[in-house]
Design a protein around this ligand. Structure first.
Ligand code: NAD
Ligand code: MG
Length: 378
């Protein structure tokens, strides 16, 4: 039995993680659950899985009587408290944004293995997170589908270093749109992802292609690869989840239906493979698989990742913080779609980089980026 804590259990990733944990209840015991405020769903999850520890960031008026014998923790520190004190082997971090960074660090520092869906902590604090994992002697297990795919493609590497990582991208809902139409796209249009059903923040990031920018940085840290060896390829069918190219030109790909239960469960069961409850690909129904270079004129966010990696230090934390602020402003109808990437770029130009930052300096950079972005958003 592996003991699993889930931070962000009521979200898209969290609920699917609980599905696969329930499917393999003989192997996984859910010992801690934390969410922000979706009380009804959260209480149902706690009732069904009976964790020892349950946490809510926003305190509810009351806890149902039948759940009172469980240990409860409330407030902003619920995440870090559970990361540190849960009786768990593995912590799945599936909250949104840099909010997960302290929890990732606490989980690693207390000797737990981290299954990482929450990409923003690695973008903002990549050097610190990978160093903490190295010290803990634990692999960081990727849940993001592209990174899980690359991790799977590397299983047979036998010590060979890849020549190139090829991150695939669906291209999002605006792939075939004209630039001026993308600029004025509405929230409803941006929230309609062609292939995946995900939380709002990552869905907007997919529409701007900032998601792929975040993923380039994520790949840099997870696989310790130099930036120039990480390429992005648009693949609208989302069947090839990413690829690894070796020195002899051989390309190994991981393919499957777009179903997050596979990368979630692979992180939980690695190196074993277990049934996910999902459908296998029907190859006779796929038709053509197509690939094209990303259009960085229409989707300028992608270039920002390479600029941030080149600048180093806190540049990626600034990019991420500005993007979190801009996406929130877009979701609150305060800016138009095209402003998101512009605000991120302008924020990056305003804030100077701190090299080899401490955790505090990463959070300071994040705060400075949000403040600068708010001025630009006003
Ligand atoms: P979501 O919005 O559906 O769910 C977020 C979960 O985290 C909810 O349970 C919410 O209550 C909780 N939460 C949010 N902010 C919190 C905070 N400050 N403190 C505590 N709990 C908080 O998001 P999602 O789509 O599941 O994505 C989660 C993370 O996984 C993101 O970083 C995203 O980029 C990444 N990811 C998601 C997918 C996907 O298919 N959804 C794929 C790849 C990567
Ligand atoms: Mg992804």
């Amino acid at each position: 039995m592996r003991k699993l804590a889930i931070l962000g259990s009521t979200g898209s990733i969290g609920t699917q993680a609980l599905q696969v944990a329930a499917l393999h209840a003989d192997r996984y015991q859910v010992t801690a659950l934390v969410a922000r405020s979706s009380y009804t769903l959260f209480f149902e999850q706690v009732r069904a899985f009976r964790p020892r520890l349950a946490g809510l960031v926003v305190r509810p008026d009351a806890i149902p009587d039948d759940l009172k014998q469980i240990e409860w923790v409330f407030g902003e520190e619920a995440l870090t408290f559970a990361a540190e004190h849960a009786d768990a082997d593995d912590v799945l971090v599936s909250v949104v944004g840099i909010a997960g960074l302290s929890a990732v660090m606490k989980a690693l520092q207390s000797g737990k293995r981290v299954l990482l869906a929450n990409k923003e902590p690695l973008v903002a604090g990549g050097a610190l997170v990978t160093e903490a994992a190295r010290r803990a002697g634990k692999p960081l297990l990727p849940v993001d589908s592209e990174h899980s795919a690359i991790f799977q493609c590397l299983q047979g590497a036998q010590g060979n270093t890849p020549r190139r990582l090829l991150l695939t991208a669906s291209g999002g809902p605006f792939r075939t749109w004209q630039k001026r139409d993308i600029y004025r796209a509405t929230k409803a249009q941006a929230l309609k992802h062609p292939n995946w059903s995900m939380g709002q923040k990552i869905t907007i990031d997919s529409a701007t292609m900032m998601n792929k920018a975040l993923e380039v940085i994520e790949a840099r840290w997870l696989f310790d690869m130099p930036t120039e060896k990480i390429d992005v390829l648009v693949h609208p069918q989302s069947v090839v989840h990413s690829m690894v190219e070796y020195e002899d030109g051989a390309v190994i790909a991981q393919m499957g239906t777009p179903d997050m239960r596979l990368p979630i469960l692979y992180a939980m069961s690695w190196p074993e493979r277990l049934a996910t409850g999902g459908q296998a690909l029907d190859w006779s129904q796929i038709g053509a698989l197509t690939f094209e270079a990303p259009d960085t004129d229409k989707f300028p966010a992608l270039n920002l990742a390479y600029a941030a990696l080149k600048a180093g230090g806190t540049a990626a934390a600034v990019m991420n913080g500005a993007n979190e602020a801009a996406v929130q402003a877009f979701l609150e109808d305060r800016i138009c779609f095209g402003r998101i990437a512009q605000v991120v770029e302008e924020t990056m130009q305003r804030i100077s980089v701190v090299h080899s930052p401490s955790l505090e300096e990463v959070f300071e950079a994040d705060q400075a980026a949000r403040a600068a972005a708010q001025e630009l958003l006003a």
